[in-house]
Design a binder for this molecule. Structure first.
Ligand code: ZN
Length: 494
């Protein structure tokens, strides 16, 4: 038995070797495995269930706000990709190409989509004729391929990844901005309400925008190892794609106008952020909102108490099921309770209910919270209500821990030495006044591999959407000392 539990358990330490620990949790908690081709993973049922929960939440919110789902081919003809030059340049080094079909050489090579603007926009151009066709809001759930030559990190860095990509067209610039915020807030909401991860909202610096975009907005999440994860991005594409692909419409005065477009995406990197944020040296930790199994009931019996305990436990399970709690009664005969505790801990089941002869006799249940092992004995009466309250408490604990970490890890600095020293010592975000020159970011990036991951926005809904917050009147750039009119957050990132 002891050998078995060792094989089952996590051997790496989150604080000492976060990379190795992460890989071990992903595999041992049964979320994903490595594929035979470098850079690809196989997503297992428990991992895919997490993606489905994220999908369910977002897809519902998208539909409530006017989005229709579509599906476009995974291949894009080269000539289509070339119509928007920034897209070609931006993605060229990472595009996988198909040059042969069966035994025939193709006349035109086909890109495996790295993103789908170039195949969706031409159809938006056909579907939009008049202002009455706008806004047009499309979304697809699919995978994309970006051939990056880096180490595979399941859900964080893979050549193929699952995501959703939204593509919209609007009659006015204001309409497009409104769309950008709607999606950004939905991304923030999925992190905060489903994944129990607080995020920072902002925009990417000019030189780090999505290719062809006017503005790229982002939600960033801080990981416990001090690095930032780009959690989802929402792009205002201005009129560049509409011009390249002729998305025009006839307005109310019968005049032809060019549309404004947006695109926005959230990938399964959200799963990576989820695992990294809450899990520990015992394995996966999941908030109850997303856990495929929210409650595991482990009966503890001796031969002479077996029937009573099992019957009592089955009654509790039934009552929870009726209340729509995702509950599993673990009545396996061949495993002892200790083994089961470890396994449910490893798999991230948020709440364990232990039921032995004492609980059965006293009409009680013993509840154990996964994140901190808090143990509570509660009455059997109203067990569903009690369990629901405990699941909420578990969510709150996870969110509060992540929020505290975020709040403690936004620091300020006045000089390049201080920026680098702070990143080196603590990780996290360093908030500085910035002149806006990319060279100042490069200077930091070269030395400590930290970059500007986010700039806070001044006035999201107002007259100057996309403008960053300004530092004090007389502020100077923390890197070069020239006058600074922007604020930047430096961090190492995934
Ligand atoms: Zn500067």
């Amino acid at each position: 038995m002891s050998d078995q539990s060792q094989e089952l358990g996590i051997t790496e330490s989150k604080s000492h070797r976060p990379g190795e620990w992460y890989a071990e949790v992903v595999q041992k908690a049964g979320l994903a495995d490595y594929a035979p081709m470098g850079g690809f993973i196989v997503t297992k049922p428990r991992g895919y269930a997490l993606w489905e929960s994220i999908q369910d939440a977002l897809d519902g919110w998208f539909k409530e706000t006017g989005v229709d789902n579509v599906y476009f081919p995974m291949f894009i003809p080269e000539s289509y990709l070339e119509r928007e030059k920034d897209i070609v340049e931006g993605f060229d080094p990472e595009v996988a190409w198909v040059t042969q079909g069966g035994h025939e050489e193709l006349e035109e090579r086909l890109a495996v989509r790295p993103t789908s603007e170039s195949i969706i926009a031409p159809y938006m151009a056909q579907w939009v004729r008049s202002h009455r066709d706008l806004p047009l809001r499309l979304n697809q759930w699919c995978s994309v391929v970006r051939w990056e030559a880096t180490d595979t990190k399941p859900f964080f860095r893979t050549k193929e990844f699952m995501w959703q990509e939204g593509h919209t067209a609007h009659a006015t610039n204001e309409g497009a901005w409104e769309e950008v915020w709607t999606r950004l807030y939905q991304y923030e909401r999925v992190y905060e309400e489903v994944l129990a991860i607080p995020v920072l909202r902002g925009k990417k610096p000019e030189h780090d925008k999505f290719p062809g975009a006017d503005t790229t907005t982002t939600v960033e999440a801080l990981m416990p190892d001090g690095k930032s994860v780009q959690g989802g991005t929402s792009h205002h594409l201005g009129q560049s794609f509409a011009e390249a692909f002729d998305i025009t419409f006839v307005d109310e005065d019968e005049k032809e106008q060019t549309a404004y477009t947006t695109s926005w995406g959230l990938s399964w990197r959200a799963i990576g952020a989820l695992i990294m944020t809450h899990s520990d040296d015992q394995g996966l930790v999941l908030p109850p909102t997303i856990a495929p199994t929210q409650v595991a009931i482990v009966p503890i019996w001796q031969e002479e108490t077996r029937d009573d305990v099992l019957e009592y436990a089955a009654g509790v399970a039934e009552e929870l099921e009726e209340a729509n709690v995702r509950v599993e009664l673990d009545d396996r005969d061949e495993r002892n309770p200790g083994f089961k505790f470890n396994e449910h801990e490893l798999n991230g089941v948020p709440l364990r209910i232990e039921i032995g002869p004492n609980e059965a006799a006293d009409e009680e249940v013993t509840l154990v919270h996964r994140p901190d092992n808090e143990k509570v004995v509660a009455e059997r009466d109203d067990v569903a209500e009690t369990v629901e309250a405990h699941l909420e408490t578990i969510y709150d604990k996870l969110y509060a821990a992540a929020e505290e970490r975020l709040e403690e890890n936004v620091r300020t600095a006045d000089s390049p030495e201080e920026i680098m020293g702070t990143i080196g010592r603590h990780g996290g975000y360093v908030k500085v006044p910035w002149c806006g020159d990319e060279a100042c970011e490069e200077a930091i990036k070269e030395k400590v591999a930290a970059e500007i991951v986010m700039q806070p926005l001044a006035d999201e809904g107002g007259s100057t959407p996309g403008e960053t917050k300004r530092p004090d009147e007389d502020a100077v750039c923390a890197v070069c000392g020239e006058p600074a009119d922007q604020i930047a957050y430096f961090a190492k990132s995934y």
